[in-house]
Design a protein around this ligand. Structure first.
Ligand SMILES: CC(C)(COP(=O)(O)OP(=O)(O)OC[C@H]1O[C@@H](n2cnc3c(N)ncnc32)[C@H](O)[C@@H]1OP(=O)(O)O)[C@@H](O)C(=O)NCCC(=O)NCCS
Length: 184
């Protein structure tokens, strides 16, 4: 993956937001997100019980960024410089020129259009700077209406919908989405 470089880290900016590298000082916010029952249900992430799990996660992300396997930005409000959420391009496949997209917001910052603003600038970066052909959002729980809506409004198409049996033994519908550079 020679031509992809995340050094120096690509800080991105929008009208209201600054997207910078995730840092250990963000651990308390990431812990708050990942220790929330509903968040874990929607994302399939195993519930965190200890802030050290968030610190370990951040350290692992730093390694993945170094290895160009993923990139994760902390989304900060320009007004307050405060962490409000995160957005990532992960499972980067250099040959296929594609990656997954992931995102979240602390509950008190939802309903303001921040994620759509962040997705827009990250998609531009992926297509224009990284030269990606495709961005996908797979296995999205269709019950996660907010996320389904964000993807649709950001131009993603549902490629397929299917049912899976989740860890609790219950049936659950999921959807795979994709956004092609040619349709952007
Ligand atoms: C998914 C998630 C990020 C969506 O957050 P969100 O706040 O609904 O998304 P946006 O930031 O795009 O905001 C859209 C909402 O803001 C409103 N809004 C307010 N001001 C706005 C503005 N200036 N521009 C656009 N929308 C605006 C929109 O009307 C919309 O509200 P509605 O959904 O009630 O119609 C959030 O629910 C979340 O963090 N969930 C947990 C993690 C998760 O599920 N991640 C995805 C896994 S697949």
């Amino acid at each position: 993956m020679d031509h992809i470089s995340f050094t120096p880290f690509p800080v991105l900016e929008t009208e209201r937001l600054l997207l910078r590298r995730v840092e250990r000082s963000d651990a308390k916010y990431i812990f708050r997100l990942r220790s929330d029952e509903k968040y874990c249900k929607f994302t399939g992430i195993k519930k965190y019980k200890d802030i050290n799990e968030a610190i370990k996660y951040i350290d692992r992300i730093h390694k993945d960024i170094e290895n160009k396997e993923c990139i994760l930005w902390s989304i900060c409000s320009k007004d307050t410089n405060e962490f409000i959420g995160g957005i990532s391009l992960w499972d980067i496949k250099d040959k296929e020129k594609q990656s997954e997209i992931g995102y979240d917001l602390l509950p008190e910052f939802r309903g303001e259009g921040y994620i759509q603003e962040a997705i827009k600038v990250v998609i531009c970066y992926a297509f224009n700077e990284l030269n990606f052909r495709k961005i996908v959002a797979e296995e999205v729980r269709t019950e996660n209406i907010k996320s389904m809506k964000v993807l649709e409004e950001s131009g993603f198409e549902v490629i397929k919908k299917y049912e899976v049996v989740n860890e609790d033994g219950n049936k659950e519908e999921r959807a795979d989405h994709s956004l092609l550079r040619t349709k952007f």
